[in-house]
Design a protein around this ligand. Structure first.
Ligand SMILES: [Zn+2]
Length: 346
């Protein structure tokens, strides 16, 4: 397991959902319980190495990277905490209906600029957020380098998660897309084709968006059906199959709430078969464990035995594999769920 203590530095402070301020689901203790559980299982710890940010621009826009790196300091300099805004949070979004096809402008006011990059009200930024966001990318990149050096697999204990972040926008408690960063880094290390299999309970919309027009990275996601009223609501449907050169290189497998193990595992087997059919030379697993029975963030009702079996299914592909931590929020079971999955992977 690759770890970076900086991943604990992000404290979103709150989530704002339908105007209600609630405690954040993504707490630093998630890292602590996963690290402890994997340590008990005998997984050795590898400290993340530091990388510069230049290689991130293959996945994310320079504007988003610059915004994330600077927004907290600008927020403080702008006096927003003195107004009671202790975190960076948007209030206005430049939707197509607002802008009517006019050329996009960069608003003068920072409190309006936030909505250019952040697409929901649940994904706040505080003083340590950028350190943690970068630490998660370092963790990811270090795991990739272990696999490039010949390890059959590596697990990146990333926090905050990443799979909801698109090329130029963040949301869904995600800021930079670690799974996409892993896939791109594997591509740059001569793995000709890479598959991303996302087993987080929610659709990996950011990863899908980043590779939607590319034929060299296959993206597939097993998740609760957005049509049943679940995040990300607007995307994640079965008829989204890629565009232009990427046509056929995206597979969405939405599931009915309350599915339980059997349909979830059948979908993961289908995703694995598709990755094999694609001819993937390496695999990235977006390893969310929030489909679990006890998790407060999804209704999929998957057991810990189901997670172990999912690991076996994905491990049977026999591909060099980078597993990146995504969601999973039930602290008493979180570490054991990750451990069961990695044990299944072998
Ligand atoms: Zn999730």
């Amino acid at each position: 397991m690759v770890v970076d203590p900086g991943c604990r530095d992000h404290d979103p402070g709150a989530e704002i959902w339908i105007g209600v301020t609630t405690a954040p689901a993504d707490v630093a203790e998630r890292v602590t319980v996963i690290e402890a559980a994997l340590g008990e299982l005998g997984h050795p710890t590898t400290p993340a190495r530091e990388y510069d940010d230049t290689w991130l621009t293959a996945v994310h826009s320079a504007e988003l990277l610059d915004y994330l790196a600077t927004v907290w300091d600008r927020w403080v300099a702008g006096g927003y905490p003195d107004l009671g805004a202790g975190r960076v949070v948007p209030y206005l979004f430049p939707s197509a209906q607002l802008c009517q096809g006019l050329p996009p402008r960069t608003p003068t006011a920072l409190h309006a600029e936030v909505g250019v990059y952040c697409y929901d009200t649940m994904t706040l930024i505080g003083p340590g957020s950028w350190r943690a966001i970068r630490a998660a990318t370092h963790t990811t990149r270090t795991a990739v380098d272990l696999v490039v050096a010949g390890a059959p697999g590596a697990y990146a204990l990333t926090r905050p998660p990443g799979h909801h972040a698109t090329r130029s926008a963040y949301g869904g408690s995600c800021y930079l897309n670690n799974a996409a960063i892993a896939a791109q880094a594997l591509r740059e290390h001569d793995f000709a084709k890479v598959a991303v299999i996302d087993i987080d309970a929610h659709h990996g919309n950011g990863t899908q968006a980043i590779f939607y027009e590319r034929a060299d990275v296959f993206t597939t996601s097993v998740h609760v059906d957005p049509a049943a009223g679940w995040f990300p609501h607007h995307v994640g449907f079965a008829d989204e199959t890629g565009r232009d050169g990427g046509l056929g290189a995206n597979l969405n497998l939405p599931l009915t709430p309350g599915s339980g193990d059997a349909p979830w595992l059948a979908a993961i087997e289908r995703a694995a078969d598709a990755a094999a059919g694609f001819g993937a030379a390496a695999l990235v697993i977006a390893l969310g464990v929030d489909a679990a029975i006890d998790d407060p963030e999804s209704p999929l009702q998957v057991s810990i035995e189901g997670y172990h079996r999912a690991g076996e299914v994905l491990g049977a592909l026999g591909l060099p594999t980078v597993a990146v931590q995504e969601g999973g929020y039930h602290l008493p079971t979180l570490g054991h769920l990750v451990g069961a999955t990695l044990d299944g992977l072998g």
